[in-house]
Design a protein around this ligand. Structure first.
Ligand code: FES
Length: 106
């Protein structure tokens, strides 16, 4: 795993999302001051979850076919998605946001 600096907390306000050009691409969300990182590619199709809609119940809605995923667990909660999104650990140090991304190492 690699600790990747993303941005400052001021750069990602509540309700905001950002796509990280990692491999795989990661979507980072701010839900009421808590940061969640999920795989950016929807498990149902070729949609970028960072372009989805953050809901009050800590879910994100896919912008294409409106499947909902839990921001905390990545769980696919509604059809048409049936496969969960991968999740990635986040960390805030001071005002810096980091995501732990896979490196291929074990
Ligand atoms: S592409 Fe996301 S639900 Fe279909």
């Amino acid at each position: 795993m690699k600790k990747l600096y993303v941005c400052t907390t001021a750069d990602l306000p509540p309700g905001g999302a950002r796509r990280l050009d990692t491999s795989p691409a990661i979507a980072l969300f701010n839900h009421n001051g808590d940061y969640y990182a999920l795989a950016d590619l929807c498990t149902h199709g070729s949609a970028s979850m960072s372009e989805g809609y953050i809901e009050d119940d800590c879910t994100v809605e896919c912008p294409v076919h409106t499947a909902h995923f839990c921001l905390k667990t990545g769980k696919a909660l509604t059809q048409p998605a049936t496969v969960d999104l991968a999740t990635f650990e986040t960390l805030v140090e001071g005002d810096a946001i980091y995501v732990f991304v896979p490196t291929g190492d074990r």
